[in-house]
Design a protein. Structure first.
Length: 272
């Protein structure tokens, strides 16, 4: 049996000095591949270092919407930043563009000029990544959170349907939202949230989704699943999420592990 943690952040300061231990525990738990995703220029570089250091680790590179303050007053990535991203994306162990997308979660509800500016910058940077993914033939890992982001993501991605593959990570939406993604040729990925006691609505949604459109992830160091709730999350814990989703879908753990592994390897076509 093999599991793949399709979304982690191994460079997190919480893991400093302990990544080798995390990788060993993941292997012992049958998590044979780990994808670590950058969210800025610096964390992209760190993700590639981990991918080069460990055979089972692969990288994705991108600029997350929550981390665009580092651009200062710039409304999009500079030509130099795009070129660095292009070079990083062409690394043999880079399997995707991500983590990218839109996040309005902490923005004020009132549409001030500043709020509009922040949203516009997020959209522009998102489009820069989508263009690069289409150019290089890489899939995208998408972060979508906050009121209005579902509609905006769908509108921005419509011109790319058929040109790029995408997975919406940390999915907590509705059946209708998931179906919209599926109709666009996208997948969704589930985190430890699906195991939380108060997540019955999400479990009911998952029960209605096709198993072959799903992947599993940790998003570590965040969102540790039961029985490690509120502890530091790590790649080995993706097994708990996978087992719980298998039960929701009426599958044996090994059946769901095989299915999600096949889905992940087809989606991240550069995985070895």
């Amino acid at each position: 049996m093999e599991w793949i943690d399709t979304h982690s952040h191994l460079y997190s300061t919480e893991f400093e000095g302990h990544v080798s231990e995390l990788v060993e525990r993941a292997r012992a738990a049958s998590v044979n591949r780990i994808i670590t995703l950058g969210v800025t220029g610096e964390t992209n570089r760190l993700s590639l270092i981990h991918a080069e250091t460990y055979d089972c680790v692969y990288a994705a590179v991108g600029w997350q919407p929550q981390d665009l303050d580092t651009l200062g007053d710039a409304m999009e990535l500079s030509p130099a930043q795009v070129e660095e991203l292009r070079t990083q994306a062409q690394h043999p162990k880079t399997v995707a563009i991500g983590e990218i997308g839109l996040d309005y979660f902490r923005l004020p509800r009132v549409e001030t000029d500043e709020v509009r500016k922040i949203k516009e910058r997020q959209r522009r940077v998102f489009l820069q990544h989508l263009e690069l993914a289409a150019e290089l033939g890489l899939p995208c890992c998408i972060h979508q959170r906050g009121e209005g982001t579902f509609q905006d993501c769908v509108e921005l991605m419509k011109p790319y349907v058929g040109r790029i593959k995408a997975v919406f990570h940390c999915f907590v939406g509705s059946v209708a939202e998931a179906q919209t993604y599926f109709d666009m040729g996208c997948l969704v990925s589930l985190t430890g949230i699906v195991t939380f006691k108060k997540a019955e609505e999400l479990r009911e949604t998952v029960r209605c989704l096709p198993a072959d459109k799903l992947m599993v992830e940790t998003d570590c160091p965040f969102l540790a699943p039961e029985p490690h709730f509120r502890q530091l999350c790590e790649p080995a814990y993706v097994v708990h999420t996978g087992n719980r989703v298998a039960g929701i879908l009426g599958l044996k753990p090994e059946e769901f592990a095989d299915l999600t592994t096949q889905t992940a390897r087809k989606f991240f076509h550069k995985l070895k």
